[in-house]
Design a protein around this ligand. Sequence first.
Ligand code: ACO
Length: 329
Amino acid sequence: MKRPIAAIAGTGRGLPAHVMTNHDFASIGIETSHEWIMERSGISERRVAKNGETTCSMAADAGRKAMEVAGVHPGEIDVIVLSTATPDRLLPSTAVDIQAELGATRAAAFDIGAACAGWLYAMTTAEGLIMSGTAETALVIGSEKMSAIVDWKDRATCVLFGDGAGAAVLKRSKHGKGILSAYMRSDGKLADLLYRPDGGATTPMSVEVLEKRSHLVRMAGREVFKHAVRSMADAADRALDGARLTGSDIDLLIPHQANVRIIEATAKHSGIPMDKVYVNVDRYGNTSSASIPIALNEAIESGRIKDGSTVMMVAFGAGFTWASMVIRF
Ligand code: ACO
């Protein structure tokens, strides 16, 4: 087991106030049912950004709370790493808007794009910056306004996603606690199973793109499901191996909150009983890279993570990308 280099000093979450339940889809003309959505995904409701809430505003909300818990002043942040698939603008990064919003004047700020696995990619990147001596204190945020990129006419995808943000302050580790292992992988051959076909630099936004709605998320749900189960199992194995631990050493598993069936399969693979698995997909849906830091923050606040707890986090997303991390608190 490696000596921890970086540890979490505080976490926070920023969620839109508006709750959209499964029953609310009828009011926007989507033919679905609470029963169908619950049975296939375990989702009952999700938050939807309204009234000027943005990827930046949710991230800043989460970031402020994380800094407050950590007892860190915005001026002490050396780097802001934002994971997002829904930047507010295509240029510049949303991380610089967050920096300005928080008054983190000394920070370098940049976005990372690794879809639902992005926050673990961002944490691993921040750990590396701390390890190299480039940064002492990092603010690592996952923030997503998925409601801006899902196709609200496609019932197979729009029911699955939600908006929100989660953040952690990562600092040089003291007392031997912190990140015990981290793992990241990608497979770009499978990119077209979950993607936004158009609207980027290859086929910029046009009337034709808008008419085809091809700037919005397209997903081959069954294929994604299959790969998610396989890759999250692989990621869990790698994180445990890296920390020289087994499933029975894990006090809490925090999987990416995409679908309760994927979560159950991941827990079963690692021999972790469901009472040691954090699940909030029922309340927030899939908030992409915000899902793990939101769940982590809730688990800490509710006392499910205590001093000395060993926590494993596992994620999978578009790309495909997958990642995992074991942290001792
Ligand atoms: N309400 C009612 N019926 C629906 C809905 C809906 N919202 N959406 C699709 N259906 C219908 C389909 O039209 C289809 O009908 P048909 O048989 O008459 O053609 C039927 O339900 C079955 O559709 P499938 O897509 O085959 O349903 P499946 O059992 O595969 O479940 C689901 C779909 C929930 C998307 C599943 O494939 C899944 O969970 N995939 C993983 C997707 C995921 O989690 N993606 C998140 C991004 S990646 C990540 O974060 C891990």
